[in-house]
Design a binder for this molecule. Structure first.
Ligand SMILES: CC(C)(COP(=O)(O)OP(=O)(O)OC[C@H]1O[C@@H](n2cnc3c(N)ncnc32)[C@H](O)[C@@H]1OP(=O)(O)O)[C@@H](O)C(=O)NCCC(=O)NCCS
Length: 161
């Protein structure tokens, strides 16, 4: 059976919790201060349930031969004009992850194509995301798909000179 990308359903939240484990572990290994090493799968499932209830959010699951192998969570964001900026609309990808043994077979590319289709259907012409500097593989994936940096986030300890 070919690769199939479908919208997540209400009984998928535990599956999403499972699918998010590798990316959580990776982030926790790379940035132990920023990410929990041990997460509660029930809490994570509830998190996805709350996200899915938001009107601007979309979650999709990639299935290979009927087996879930990846997921993507993105928002279609519309920001009203303010004193400094014109109105802006863009798709914002919060998570995209593929099971380790299903990588380099086009799964994430197919999920990105799904997000692009949703952006197109919503009349939105830009996709944004952030990715952690140390996550080299993800950066290579995004670069291969034409994403380029446009903002830099900085930090430093508060109490050292
Ligand atoms: C990044 C990630 C989502 C890519 O998923 P994937 O299904 O393996 O990606 P694809 O097979 O669609 O790759 C498409 C192209 O992206 C590039 N690419 C993907 N993974 C790469 C890697 N590890 N190293 C170098 N280039 C890579 C390649 O150009 C690849 O094409 P090719 O295989 O023909 O060379 C996957 O590695 C992953 O789940 N990583 C952990 C989670 C994560 O970091 N998510 C992003 C942060 S939220």
């Amino acid at each position: 059976m070919p690769l199939h990308i479908r919208a997540a359903k209400n009984d998928d939240f535990p599956v999403l919790a499972q699918l998010s484990e590798p990316v959580q572990k990776l982030h926790a290994a790379l940035y132990p201060v920023d990410f929990k090493r041990d997460v509660d799968a029930v809490n994570v499932a509830s998190f996805f349930e709350r996200v899915a209830a938001r009107p601007e959010s979309a979650i999709a699951i990639a299935e290979q031969d009927g087996v879930p192998v990846g997921y993507i969570w993105f928002d279609i964001s519309s920001r009203p004009e303010n004193a400094f900026k014109p109105p802006q609309s863009f798709v914002y990808i919060h998570h995209v992850s593929v099971a380790p043994d299903a990588r380099r077979r086009g799964v994430a590319s197919a999920m990105l194509a799904y997000a692009k289709e949703k952006a197109h259907a919503a009349g939105v012409d830009e996709i944004r995301l952030d990715t952690w500097i140390a996550n080299v593989e993800a950066r290579q994936f995004f670069e291969a798909h034409g994403f380029a940096p446009f903002i830099v986030m900085l930090r430093r300890p508060a109490f050292t000179p």
